[in-house]
Ligand binder design. Structure first.
Ligand SMILES: [Zn+2]
Length: 234
């Protein structure tokens, strides 16, 4: 996936091919700056942004796929967050994760029990939305714009509701639970004078921070009009 960012020193625009293979990216400016870059967005944020962009471009089937992936990766984020928060080690959690890595139903089960144990709340995913997601992803159904936006709204509300219960900012949580934690160490060890963090706004993040009293539709319209995400994803 391509993302765009600007050098913090001179503002030159750069294109980055973001993948799961790299934690730290190197770039060179034409004016001589070379830096290490760390993308600080969590995967569920990137996927959700992709979903919103697909809706805007009219690719509703692809949007549902991205939004569903965002939800799954968010459950992983919460599982890891709760385990870290209760004293488990990053590497040990990753070892356990290998057993459920390829089975989303197991991950969902782990999430439900961990969350219930920690907060005394049951956070089932709505059965109607699960059926909708499955029909689009497994049966080739082409969803309408309104169905897709309804799904996006549901996923958004589900994620932000839980983030509010965790009472954590995404970056703070991410530094605890994800590869960013390790990458941040690497980036400083490699080149401490040229360490840079890429923390562009994400759909989920901006709403939580700046638009707490606005609903999904209002935020969506705001993003639609000012092309906030386009600046980042091109
Ligand atoms: Zn530069």
């Amino acid at each position: 996936m391509k993302v765009f960012f600007r050098c913090i020193i001179c503002g030159e625009k750069h294109e980055l091919e973001y993948s799961d293979h790299d934690d730290v990216y190197m770039y060179d400016c034409s004016c001589g700056h070379n830096s290490n870059l760390l993308v600080q967005k969590e995967k569920f944020e990137l996927l959700y942004d992709m979903g919103i962009i697909c809706i805007k471009k009219g690719f509703y089937k692809e949007a549902v796929s991205d939004l569903a992936s965002s939800l799954e990766r968010f459950l992983e984020y919460v599982i890891r967050y709760i385990l870290i928060d209760t004293g488990k080690q990053y590497d040990d959690i990753s070892k356990v994760w290998k057993s459920v890595k390829n089975q989303s139903e197991r991950q969902y089960g782990a999430f439900l029990y961990l969350f219930f144990n920690q907060f005394d709340e049951i956070k089932n995913i709505n059965e109607k939305q699960v059926k909708f997601r499955n029909s689009v992803i497994h049966q080739g159904t082409f969803p309408t714009e309104s169905e897709t936006k309804e799904y996006a709204k549901y996923v958004f509300n589900y994620i932000t509701d839980i983030l509010n219960i965790l009472d954590v900012e995404i970056v703070e949580g991410g530094l605890k639970v994800s590869k960013l934690f390790k990458a941040q160490k690497i980036i400083y060890e490699q080149n401490p004078l040229h360490a840079e963090y890429n923390r562009h706004v994400s759909f989920i993040d901006i709403i939580r921070k700046s638009y707490k009293n606005m609903d999904f539709e209002s935020i969506y319209d705001t993003f639609y009009q000012d092309n906030t995400l386009d600046v980042y994803y091109g």
